[in-house]
Design a protein. Structure first.
Length: 75
C-alpha cells in the first residue's frame, strides 16, 4: 500500500476511487495509534505543543474530505 498523504487521498477521491481512498486512510491507523501512544500532545513546552497540534491537525485534514467524524458524536 502506498504512503497516505492529503494528495494521495485527494487523487483517489477525484477519480471516484473510494476503495483506494479508504485504503489509504486505513494505512494511517498504525501511525495514528503510535502518535497517541507515544506523544503528549499538550506538552509543557509551548514549541513542542504547537508542533504536536500541527501534526494532529494534519491527520484531521487527511480525513476531512472523506468523513466528518464530528457528526458521529452523540449529543
Amino acid at each position: 500500500m502506498s504512503p497516505c498523504s492529503p494528495s494521495t487521498v485527494a487523487k483517489s477521491l477525484a477519480a471516484d476511487d473510494y476503495p483506494a481512498a479508504l485504503g489509504d486512510l486505513a494505512a494511517l491507523r498504525g501511525p495514528i495509534d503510535e502518535f497517541f501512544a507515544n506523544v503528549m500532545v499538550m506538552d509543557e513546552d509551548e514549541g513542542i505543543r504547537a508542533n504536536n497540534i500541527k501534526l494532529l491537525n494534519s491527520f484531521v485534514a487527511v480525513f476531512a474530505n472523506v468523513a466528518d467524524f464530528g457528526k458521529m458524536a452523540k449529543k
